[in-house]
Ligand binder design. Sequence first.
Ligand SMILES: Nc1ncnc2c1ncn2[C@@H]1O[C@H](COP(=O)(O)OP(=O)(O)OP(=O)(O)O)[C@@H](O)[C@H]1O
Length: 616
Amino acid sequence: MDNLFVINRYRDVNEDVVVDVAEQEAKNLEKLKKRIAERKSAYATKKTSDVITLKPQKAVEEPKEDHVELIEVAGSVEETKPDNNINTIPKQDRKKAKLSNEFKVLGVNEFEKKAKVSRVLPFWLSHPVNISTNLKSSLCCADDQDWLHSTLKATLINEGVIKLFPVQEKVIPFILDEHKSTYPFWPHDICVSAPTGSGKTLAFVLPIVQILMNEIGCHVRALVVLPVQELAAQVAKVFKKYCMKTRLKTALLGGSTPIQQEQQNIVRYTETSGWVSEVDIIVCTAGRLVEHLQNTEGFSLKHLKFLVIDEADRIMDHIQNDWLYHVDKHIKLENELMTGRHSNLTWSSLLEQKPPPQKLLFSATLSQDPEKLEQWGLFQPKLFSASKSHKYEDEDQIRLYATPEELTECYVTCDAEHKPLLLYHFLADQKWDKVLCFTNAAEAAHRLAVLLNTWGRGQLRVAELSSALDKSTRESVLKKFTQSEINVLIGTDALARGIDISDCNYVISYDPPRNIKTYIHRVGRTGRAGRVGHAVTILLENQVNQFKEIIQAGGKAELPQIKIEAEVLDRLTSSYKQAMIETKKQIHAEIDSKVKKSLEIKRRSKSKPQKRKVNT
Ligand SMILES: Nc1ncnc2c1ncn2[C@@H]1O[C@H](COP(=O)(O)OP(=O)(O)OP(=O)(O)O)[C@@H](O)[C@H]1O
């Protein structure tokens, strides 16, 4: 009972218990050291084995036989012998005692830090065929290549193509060879990642035309899928050019003409053979392709040899009507109907069924990530990549994108209110010609075009080119730019991809790009086909870090910054203010006329006599 009322007091050092305290401390220290040593050895054994065997603590006595207690082992409850002194042992020590040699602790490794799993790329991705980015030093003279048909050589020379670019030199003979392999072997599918303007279009147009020109048949044998109408039209134009001296026919299915008209152009019904195809090569957008698969009677891809997907990453990012699923389903169904049975890949099924079309994927920003490529269902693919090989000492690193060697890139910073001044300075003072300027919205592009035209008093020759304009207006604007009637085009990212604008000398990103792919396609409108090009990105101070991250994410070196003196811009302020007043007036007038027009339309529709319902 007395113990209950004992109060531990602080005792002065001078008191006679000093010696005892020192002794006690030494003992405590000894105990602590022992514990540390024990913990260390326990940790070492835990590391080397999945099964933990902890040394019982000295202070803990071995459990006696006649005592029963419930203890936890790795989450489960087990029965064990009791300890007479169990209440006298501290709780922590009791727990350790329970994990004695007799028990295996299961699942301990689950709590341990897992070793990092290193990525292993499939062989075809880690060992691509390297493509040079240097277009100027190409030694591959088109006329000397014995694998190229004389008809195509003649057209190439006609078009001013004397030497083949690296991507063409590597890819064309590969495709031609693949189609020489004897039946029933299937050709390898291919993925091509090469810089913008490096001539990827001819890399698939030439071998397809050469292989098909020697075959006879009224079937669609090549299908080229693109993400947007403009690109489809551009590629169809190249096909038509190179098919000119052959009997091959190309059709463009882009949605610019009504579907019924397209149907009439591509299929015909004959008494003798039923439905036949009027064309050999179809260039289309993914959306329109699905429409034809579902609605055009007699439209068949049964004899398809080539399935080209240009700007493949973009098509996959914006999955249009699940087009690949529909194409695959259509081809499979046609093949099964032909062989009359389901086909597993065996020798006999191989002999019976037609090889699937060879898939050819092209892009300047084709992801080389195996997970993303998996969705294409490629057959023993081969990769052609222009990413600099010395950058990838680690074979299993996913390769990033390459930009043209002739392209110089930089960025410039300024305040938000100085952005138009900076642009005007480049165009008016530094006299940059053939400029493509990117904004992030169609409205901004329009306002900027109005401002620059007002400010430059017609000297700058600025036009806008965005998705807000209809197709024919866009075409006429592009034509004027090519013919130098227009010097500056202001647009959105709708025109960033794939569009081949000849002689563009400068690309200005007035608003910064949202990601690395957008950046690469924007700047890729200049520095094409071995010509020199310059790309400048205008940034606000708070956008610099994000832009640097984007550039880094693309595996590119840091870009240089150019500086423009503040006085240079200050000199433009008063003329800018005046131009802004006039621009505002013009924009307001445009809005007013739009409102008036829509009111007029509403008024007319209301004044039309309504059909009266007749009660019967
Ligand atoms: N061997 C060549 N010699 C000279 N010019 C060429 C050659 N091959 C292609 N060109 C020209 O280079 C330009 C760019 O070609 P193309 O449009 O095929 O590039 P791309 O690689 O598809 O670019 P993007 O990725 O931007 O679509 C075209 O104007 C084309 O006529």
